[in-house]
Design a binder for this molecule. Structure first.
Ligand SMILES: Cc1cc2nc3c(=O)[nH]c(=O)nc-3n(C[C@H](O)[C@H](O)[C@H](O)COP(=O)(O)OP(=O)(O)OC[C@H]3O[C@@H](n4cnc5c(N)ncnc54)[C@H](O)[C@@H]3O)c2cc1C
Length: 459
């Protein structure tokens, strides 16, 4: 063990390696319900070459390596289930290049959501990326590695659909480039090269992404939000269909909860609109309010919530604060949500079943769905808060998470960023040839099984 510590110190410098219990403890858990597992070492490299050195050593010595950005993905995806090296990538935080005209940014893997937002605000005020409502220390790469979604999901899909190129350290230590950057100095597209989509959605089990190019989009000057309220959950998919038909909304959420008494029994559809001028805003709101929603108001099926300006400002703020502000309602810091990528028409059933799970486990109800694309799917989040200091509260939340994983598949969805339990469920249902291909890919890329073992483990 000492010789491993010494070798790691030689690669990254002694200051950036630790095997001290208090530091190992920090990396042993996340906010969710996964049982803690300590790593044997925490290593914080600064360069791709240092990542390469660590991975080569780990491959030679057959030591697990768990890449980690903010460690905020929940579901235990960056918890070192088999010990080994927690590879903390936060020091690799250089924003390498912004191409203003071609609207993309090339970053190192430790760049956080908050860092990119403030950098663009200062240096490229006309540009933005699709921001998840995750805490701002979460990294861009950690987010695309789990197919995250942000506030441009309505128009452009998952954040992982916005990747233009990657640099990856393979589990055997080679550095490999994916996309136009593999043949040219430009990091502007993944196409039309052969599909090498082997690194997104794999939770770090096929390599360490060290650099990434991400698409940027125009930042509009005005951001407005209205909440449309309906009682009948069955109406929600129809309302979403009509609003998305206008192609005027930037982001759409639907949801229901029991934490605000005045809202119990109601479903809100939060519609975000952006514009560069009052005229553009008026045009867009006119189409949504009148053409898409007018008939529901006339029929008495729905109406707008009267939100006080300070509350509206909280909703329209960037970075978005929505989940982060409501996720500790029982106090005690425990939070996990199961994301189901669901057909939009299952919304009402997702709410009904979600409410049952919450009431079975005595957890306040917080159900929220973000529309992906033009109603192509929704990311339905069943959120569970719990008190980390109370084992019974943790147990109830864990059971709720597992029951929800089962539910997602029963309702015909796929589990977003599944923990080990959800991964196993998905693999049990998977087409056997797809599963075989996953196994072959993993064995080819990671012959010694060192990368984030325990995740996507095909038996
Ligand atoms: C309150 C709250 C709200 C949230 N809201 C959203 C939301 O709106 N949208 C959303 O998408 N997510 C959301 N999340 C989930 C999550 O926080 C984000 O997706 C976040 O961006 C994950 O980034 P991270 O750096 O924390 O990832 P990590 O947890 O560090 O890593 C995620 C996974 O990727 C792997 N990984 C990390 N870095 C690398 C790398 N360089 N190479 C290879 N593999 C790597 C890890 O091993 C792990 O398996 C939310 C979370 C919370 C707590």
């Amino acid at each position: 063990m000492d010789s491993i510590y010494k070798s790691l110190s030689e690669i990254v410098g002694e200051r950036y390696v630790s095997n001290q219990p208090e530091e190992l403890y920090i990396y042993s858990y996340d906010l969710g319900t996964t049982e803690p597992h300590r790593p044997d070492y925490v290593v914080a490299p600064r360069t791709t070459e240092e990542v390469q050195g660590v991975v080569k050593l780990a491959n030679r010595e057959k030591i697990p390596v768990v890449p980690l950005g903010g460690g905020l993905s929940l579901a235990g995806l960056a918890v070192p289930l088999r010990g080994g090296i927690a590879l903390d990538l936060k020091r690799m935080d250089t924003i390498i290049e912004v191409n203003e005209k071609a609207r993309h940014v090339v970053i190192e893997c430790g760049v956080s959501q908050g860092q990119l937002i403030s950098y663009l605000e200062k240096h490229h005020p006309n540009l933005r990326h699709s921001e998840p409502q995750a805490p701002t220390p979460a990294t861009i790469v950690g987010n695309v590695a789990i197919h995250g979604q942000g506030d441009l999901a309505q128009s452009y899909g998952f954040n992982s659909d916005m990747v233009n190129g990657l640099e990856v350290v393979l589990p055997t230590g080679e550095v490999c480039k994916i996309g136009s950057c593999s043949v040219s100095p430009g990091w502007f597209t993944l196409h039309p090269l052969p599909d090498l989509g082997l690194f997104l959605g794999w939770f770090g089990t096929t390599g360490v992404i060290t650099k990434l190019s991400l698409r940027l989009f125009p930042l509009k000057r005005i951001r407005e939000m209205e909440q449309f309220l309906v009682e009948d959950a069955e109406l929600v998919p129809e309302v979403i269909y009509k609003v998305t038909h206008t192609e005027m909304a930037e982001d759409i959420f639907a949801g229901t909860q029991t934490t605000v008494p005045a809202r119990i029994g109601l479903h809100h559809i939060a519609i975000y609109i952006t514009a560069d001028s009052e005229k553009e805003l008026e045009f867009k709101t006119g189409l949504i309010w009148d053409d898409a929603l007018g008939e529901y108001i006339r029929n008495g099926d729905g109406g707008f919530a009267d939100l006080p300006p300070p509350m509206k400002a909280r909703f329209t703020a960037r970075p978005g604060m929505l989940l982060s502000t409501v996720c500790d309602t029982v106090q005690g810091g425990g939070f996990e949500y199961v994301g189901g990528i669901m057909p939009v028409e299952t919304y009402a059933e997702c709410c009904r079943q979600g409410a049952k799970i919450c009431s079975r486990h005595n957890i306040p109800q917080l159900l929220i769905a973000r529309v992906i694309g033009r109603s192509h799917a929704m990311m339905f989040a069943w959120a569970y808060v719990f008190n980390r200091a109370d084992p019974e509260s943790v147990r109830q939340a864990r059971e709720a998470v597992h029951e929800t994983d089962d539910l997602v598949l029963e309702l015909g969805g796929t589990i977003w960023k599944p923990g080990v339990y959800g991964q196993k469920l998905m693999m049990q249902r998977m087409d056997p040839n797809t599963l075989k291909l996953m196994k072959q890919v993993k064995e080819l890329l990671d012959p010694n099984g060192i990368m984030n073992p325990g995740n996507w483990e095909v038996i």
